[in-house]
Design a protein around this ligand. Structure first.
Ligand code: PRP
Ligand code: ZN
Length: 295
């Protein structure tokens, strides 16, 4: 492996692909893809991108084929439970996209009233490790039937009584006559890293990239908010702004009792926040997106 280029593994196509590419783009990176579309080269930094099946990403990152990767927490934890790597990849941080849940689902006509109903049943899943762990935690003995894909058809084919599968919109379950009955695992995109120390050159690229990733993460929900307000409402308004540091207070020419307040809110600003600010006397409220942030 090249010592002076950082290799990132991302999903080729699926739940994580758009979010992963979007994150790299927001970090200011443009990727030129090779003809096979499995390999991309970043223009702005010495970084290569490998486009893989999500299930292969923990393996590639643990086994030195890649330095870092973006993968579902579900796939990463399932891989960890399989206990096949001498030194597994390390978790760096959750990335806040590709949220989904691993859920127990049963035929719609089941009158589900708790995990004990699964005793002695057959459950089809592509996540045997997470499913068994959950069943154990519920004190239920059931048979886990491993399937690589199309898990949702198992009950109809009488291969299993219930399934344990990934749900995001719920459309797949619904189309197959199934309903979610219990959450086994909450998942989202996760950044992982090879467990071995990088060479100094690679560590430098990694640090530079991480600085940008953290910048993207912290500006994701952040907003710049501006308003006019009575001078005596400054304290009350500051307290109301979600995740804001000390705001900037400016004089308003010609209105001695009023000021302009500018602040960065680190959390989402919702309509009810604006309504509450209005009640505190604020007017001309503006909420602007923040593109980049670096502490
Ligand atoms: C999961 C699951 C369903 C689909 C559910 O597959 O197996 O096919 O997502 O999504 P929905 O609730 O929005 O209908 P996944 O994308 O994880 O596929 P993969 O196993 O091939 O990676
Ligand atoms: Zn997959």
């Amino acid at each position: 492996m090249s010592e002076d280029r950082l290799r990132i593994a991302i999903q080729k196509s699926g739940r994580l692909s758009d979010g992963s590419l979007d994150l790299l783009k927001k970090c200011g990176l443009t990727i030129s893809r090779g003809r096979d579309k499995l390999y991309g080269r970043v223009q702005e930094m010495p970084i290569d991108v490998l486009l893989l099946r999500d299930d292969d990403i923990p393996e590639f990152v643990a086994d030195d084929a890649c330095d870092i990767g973006v993968v579902g927490q579900n796939v990463f934890n399932e891989d960890g439970l399989a206990d096949v790597h001498e030194s597994p990849a390390e978790e760096v941080m959750s990335l806040g996209f590709a949220q989904c849940r691993l859920m127990l689902a049963a035929p719609k006509d089941w009158d589900f009233d708790g995990a004990s109903m699964l005793e002695g049943k057959r459950i089809a899943t592509s996540y045997p490790g997470l499913t068994k762990k959950w069943l154990e935690s519920q004190g239920v003995k059931a048979r886990v039937v491993m399937m690589k894909g199309s898990v949702e058809v198992a009950p109809r084919l009488k291969i299993a009584d219930a399934v344990c599968d990934i749900v995001s919109t719920g459309a797949t379950l619904d189309a197959n006559g199934l309903k979610p009955v219990a959450t086994v695992f909450d998942s989202q995109a996760l950044l992982i890293k090879n467990p071995k120390p990088f060479s100094p050159a690679k560590q430098e690229i990694y640090n530079a990239l991480m600085k940008r990733v953290r910048g993207v993460m912290s500006s994701r929900d952040a907003k710049y908010i501006m308003m006019n307000a009575p001078r005596d409402a400054i304290a009350a308004i500051t307290e109301y702004l979600p995740g804001a540091e000390a705001p900037t207070v400016l004089e308003l020419a010609g209105s001695p009792g009023k000021v302009a307040i500018h602040a960065v809110c680190r959390e989402s600003v919702f309509w009810d926040t604006l309504e509450a600010l209005k009640k505190l006397g604020a007017s001309a409220i503006l909420v602007l997106p923040i593109e980049k942030m670096m502490a």
